[in-house]
Design a protein around this ligand. Sequence first.
Ligand code: UDP
Ligand code: MG
Length: 318
Amino acid sequence: MDISVIIPLLNEEESLPELHDWIVRVMQQHKYSYEIVFVDDGSKDKSWSVIEGLSQKNPNVKAIKFRRNYGKSPALHVGFEAAEGNVIITMDADLQDSPDEIPELYNMITQGGFDLVSGWKQKRYDNAFTKNLPSKLYNWTNRKISGIKLHDMNCGLKAYKKEVVKSIEIYGEMHRFIPVLAKNAGFDNITEKTVQHQARKYGTSKFGWDRFINGFLDLLTITFLSKFGKRPMHLFGTMGTFMFIVGFFMTIYLGVEKLYCVYNHERAPLVASNPLFFIALTTMVLGTLLFLTGFVGELILRNSSVRNHYLLEKKVNL
Ligand code: UDP
Ligand code: MG
């Protein structure tokens, strides 16, 4: 099979028939063998019966429904598991992404040799203040921290080599960082393609302001996990040791100063009246805590089933 189109959706009953017909039109024009995998993320409207109707008309329509709303990442996860095509395309259900982009995305993966092509909504039709501006800032931060030069990391329209989606695991709200996950897994041939974007025709956006805060925290988590996930002590041990030593030398200094005064019969100030005393104390306590965090991290890692989980690319004579 050439293409799997994966569509996570939550309460998008009005858009689905139009989206389905449009995708089918593109697929037939280009004679692709395809499947459309709808993942209903616990919709409360008629989305599921619409999908059932579509699946009766078209045997290439496959669908999964969650019992309740879990989120876009879990929806994509089960879609990725089910996908059988050589190229996987993900797409939002709200008609903001255009199925007309599919052929070119497909060619970029199959002929261009890319592992992942991310859409870039260069001209965007969303609210300027709640979406577009924060999104620019957010993507800038993202580029700086992750080192992946994408303008629009969170675009719902993306294309993947099959191997990529079968190798990475998204959960929580990590769908915003699939390129980072792919890169950490060793798929670094990542690029972007400008795509058409439209204003939402039906329904309302399912994400609000908090996406930026959550997204930023997730980015820190991913960066931390990819660098120190398998060696937490190296981070916490270094910071802990450093802080402890700084605190320790402050304490030595305080002690020496006191002894010096006593020895020379000068009036020695109380050690606790010096702010340095409290700084030294806090630094040493925090240093110790960081160090212990490192040990706890190592203990957890030792019991983790993925501690020796590696992605193999090739083998010979094995
Ligand atoms: N979505 C989902 N589960 C959720 C939230 C959203 O499956 O909990 C789907 C939604 O139906 C849409 C896509 O994710 O197909 C993108 O959501 P939306 O259009 O609301 O995001 P925006 O375009 O406003 O960023
Ligand atoms: Mg949308």
